[in-house]
Design a protein around this ligand. Sequence first.
Ligand code: SF4
Length: 434
Amino acid sequence: MTTLKKENELDSYFIWTIGCQMNKADSDRLESALIQLGMGPVEKAKDADVIVLNSCVVRQSAEDKVTGMLSSLKSVKRDANDKIIALMGCMVGPKTAELESRFPHVDAFMQPQNYRPLLELLGERMGLDAEGCLTTLTPPNVAVTAYVPIIHGCDKFCSFCIIPYRRGREVSRTIADIVNEVELLAARNVKEITLLGQNVDSYGHDLSDKVDLADLLTAVDRIDGLERIRFLTSHPNDMSQKIIDAVATLEKVCEHFNLPFQAGDDEVLKVMRRGYTNAEYRSKVELIRDTVPGVSMSTDLIVGFPGESDEAFQESVKLLEDVKFDKVHVAAYSERPGTIASRKLPDTLSYDEKKLRLSTVEQIQERIVGKINERLLGETVEVLVEGHSKGKWKGRNRNDKLVFFEDDRLLQGKVVNVHIDKTSPWSMQGTAVS
Ligand code: SF4
């Protein structure tokens, strides 16, 4: 039976999120808006007045999951057509006509960070100017650490990636806007922020005053109450000496770089359209290590890319052995419809071969990081305590290493010196030093 509510009876919301930290950050901001409009969260979609799905398209499986969720909401809408259903995130492009015909039960389609279509609809239903009622959108439930998106979209068009087609071209937020948000977070006791973007080191090139990530880091570094600043993800071609110098000199910016290399073989890098060679990548790492003492590095790597021969794969292995990263996010290539690679490059390697290469990388990396971490045995490191887990405090050092220790004091949000007693490839155990 169809039920009808009064115009202003929008009390509850349900937000479902899939995908990267950018999506999580967007959902948090939308949640802040819904709370400011007087709504509260519920645990099940069917119990909510406003249902939002925040979608991801990086892998076909993620998009399929969203499509499945949308289909299951058809009956929810049929039973109560006054509910508002919104689709947000990378599935929504600039043109929504196709989505509208596929999902007629969805009321609002929102591209990433564009909350307006839903807010306008809520305003109409509630009889108010929803956007006018809102202050800055900061996450409602802040922890010790928080993500802050600074640039959206990507201009790079790597052949395996769908992001530029779905998230669009790079658009930077202004420094003033970001600083304002970080100040609000710091006032709410957030101690560490991670500045986010698909390609964070190209920040600012589209702004009229031509600032860059180094300028932004300098501005955020001055904010009182904040202890640490990190940033994710970088493209080697946009990592400038000025940004590296900023990491070396600014007090709160942590000595850690995530610099994806994706493949070690020059021919594979070329068909990936990454825009650099193995030698150029290595010299960027050298520059970072020469400029920032004690820096840690993580990377992203794809194995089994179309045409990756065994010799080509060995170039990736050699790069891992030579550079010795602190963390490697490795993925086996899987075809993503809509990308250049999917249109032009047959997915030639077998599932078993890809799996073998994946586990080879994981084993090598476990050995390498085990040895890197061993060097910290007996050292004292500065840990920002993020929370309590299984009877121990848990936090990270400036190099992004996970550290656990026992202590009876209330230490959440504090920076504690911890003597390292035990190490493994994944984390460290220690004792707090007074
Ligand atoms: S840099 Fe390449 S992999 Fe990263 S988001 Fe842009 S296109 Fe995708």
